[in-house]
Ligand binder design. Structure first.
Ligand code: FAD
Ligand code: NAP
Length: 319
């Protein structure tokens, strides 16, 4: 019997992540003849695959998020990117070539690396939220909204995601209560307008979620207890589904001990650049961006990262 050896694959440019940043980097990297390999991770297409209409991608008045991401993947493939369904679990950036260890056992080595691992949904952190995850507690209305036809649901949050999720849920639910900790929303005005006009929506301002209440037999949500942030008064809102939409945290697990991060885990890049604290390692998209966090800005940073990686590779090859 032979000894199992890990396969090592070398590429000039490795891209980790298949959201708008990763695929845009792939298009530019391929057209620079760098023959990149792109690793998709567990969410091929990234965050836009869990939404419905995208109405601010220039050139498309309206496009479904998953369709937009299929288009981007096709584009990256068409210009020559090798797209791999794999997950990177560890990086060694101590020397070049850099190494990325994957769940499939393949070790990817590269001259330049683009990190585009995006962001993930945040949770409230309540024990009762954890208990009912998958049993009425969700962070994805487009994934789970269908289960609540004719029932009451609650959404928590005040940003674009919360408002979009609340509006989407009105397609199924009999009533949607949005609970927000302040007295104004931070979402786009056009979305707020739609929300306030929707007769199925009720808003509970200035309340924080205390607890998700539910039963054990069968396991399921029956409501939430919310506390007024000033008076402390408790309001119980009955619901079968509870959707957490309180924002996203950067997916910087792989690099949090290797690269400089700030503002709660976002990878620091040099001004007007995607360069990180390690030469040859570039970061793009929601992983680095605590300010804009849009598909189009992520794509823009993916472009910058590929152009900078190309220059880095050319300079090191000339050494
Ligand atoms: P992401 O889209 O987050 O993709 C990250 C990628 O990295 C994924 O493919 C994941 O599988 C991969 N990955 C992560 N870790 C690993 C690993 N260890 N190994 C391999 N791969 C890994 N923006 C807009 O402009 N318009 C909108 O209408 C809009 N709607 C939204 C609706 C919702 C519900 C949400 C959640 C977000 C929305 N956004 C919208 C924001 C937008 O989706 C993000 O700004 C954008 O997707 C960020 O792109 P990204 O490429 O940085 O990363
Ligand atoms: P976000 O803009 O960061 O908003 C998070 C919301 O959750 C805020 O209202 C915040 O309250 C609230 N919140 C945070 N922590 C909380 C907690 N522990 N308890 C209760 N409430 C809490 O996040 P997002 O809505 O997910 O959006 C993320 C990014 O994606 C944004 O840049 C957004 O523009 C983008 N996006 C765009 C679209 C679109 O263009 N249509 C759609 C979805 C997302 P405060 O307001 O009090 O801080």
């Amino acid at each position: 019997m032979g000894v199992m050896m890990s396969e090592t694959r070398h590429t000039k440019l490795l891209i980790i992540g298949s959201g708008p940043a990763g695929y845009t980097a792939a298009v530019y990297g391929s057209r620079a003849m760098l023959e990149p390999i792109l690793i998709q991770g567990i969410q091929p297409g990234g965050q836009l695959t869990i939404t419905t209409e995208v109405e601010n991608w220039p050139g498309e008045v309206e496009i479904q998020g998953p369709d937009l991401m299929v288009n981007m993947e096709k584009h990256a493939r068409a210009v020559g990117t090798e797209i791999v369904a794999d997950y990177i679990n560890r990086l060694d950036l101590s020397e070049r070539p850099f190494k990325a260890y994957s769940d499939s056992g393949v070790i990817y080595s590269c001259d330049a690396l683009i990190l585009a691992t995006g962001a993930q949904a945040k949770w409230l952190g309540l024990p009762s939220e954890e208990k009912f995850k998958g049993f009425g507690v969700s962070a994805c209305a487009t994934c789970d909204g269908f289960f609540y036809r004719g029932q009451e649901v609650v959404v928590v949050g005040g940003g674009n995601t919360a408002v979009e999720e609340a509006l989407f849920l009105t397609n199924f639910a009999s009533k949607v209560t949005l609970i927000h900790r302040r007295d104004s929303l931070r979402s786009e005005k056009i979305l707020q307008d739609r929300l306030f006009k929707n007769p199925k929506v009720e808003i509970l301002w200035n309340h924080a979620i205390e607890e998700v209440v539910g039963g054990d037999n069968p396991t399921g949500v029956e409501g939430v207890r919310a506390k007024h942030v000033e008076t402390g008064e408790i309001t119980e809102v009955p619901c079968k589904g509870f959707f957490v939409a309180i924002g996203h945290a950067p997916a910087s697990e792989l690099v949090k001990d290797i690269l400089e991060t700030h503002n709660g885990g976002y990878v620091v890049t040099k001004p007007d650049s995607t360069e990180t604290s390690i030469p040859g390692v570039f970061a793009a998209g929601d992983l680095t961006d605590h300010k804009y966090r849009q598909a189009v800005t992520s794509a823009g940073m993916g472009c910058m990262a590929a152009l900078e990686a190309e220059r880095f590779i050319a300079a090191t090859e000339a050494e």
